[in-house]
Design a protein around this ligand. Structure first.
Ligand SMILES: [Zn+2]
Length: 101
C-alpha cells in the first residue's frame, strides 16, 4: 500500500470536518439519529472514495489503440518501465492485438 499523499490527508480531514458539522446541524435540528448517522456516513464514504481514487492520479497511464473502431485500451498503474513499454507496444500496434497479420 502506498503512503498517503498530502492532498489525500487534506481531503480526508476536510471530509471529516464537513461530516462532523453536518452531523451537528442535523442532530440540533431534530433530525432522527439514524438519518443523521446515515448522512454522516454518506459524506465520509464519499470522501474516502475520492481520496482512494486520488491515489491513482499521476500513477496511471492509459494506452489506446489508434485504429479507428478498435476498442483496445490498456490502463497501467505502478509497473516498471520495461513492463509499461511492453503494454504500450501491444496497445498502440493494432496488428499485435487484432489477430491480423
Ligand atoms: Zn486495435
Amino acid at each position: 500500500m502506498k503512503k498517503s499523499t498530502a492532498i489525500q490527508v487534506v481531503l480526508l480531514a476536510s471530509t471529516a470536518g464537513v461530516a462532523a458539522r453536518l452531523g451537528h446541524q442535523l442532530i440540533t435540528h431534530n433530525v432522527s439519529v439514524m438519518a443523521t448517522i446515515s448522512a454522516v456516513l454518506a459524506v465520509l464514504s464519499t470522501g474516502l472514495f475520492i481520496a482512494s481514487r486520488l491515489a491513482y492520479v499521476g500513477r496511471t497511464v492509459v494506452y489506446d489503440c489508434p485504429a479507428k473502431g478498435c476498442a483496445v485500451s490498456i490502463r497501467v498503474t505502478d509497473v516498471p518501465e520495461t513492463e509499461r513499454a511492453r503494454y504500450r507496444s501491444y496497445a498502440v500496434d493494432h496488428r499485435k492485438h487484432s489477430g491480423s497479420a
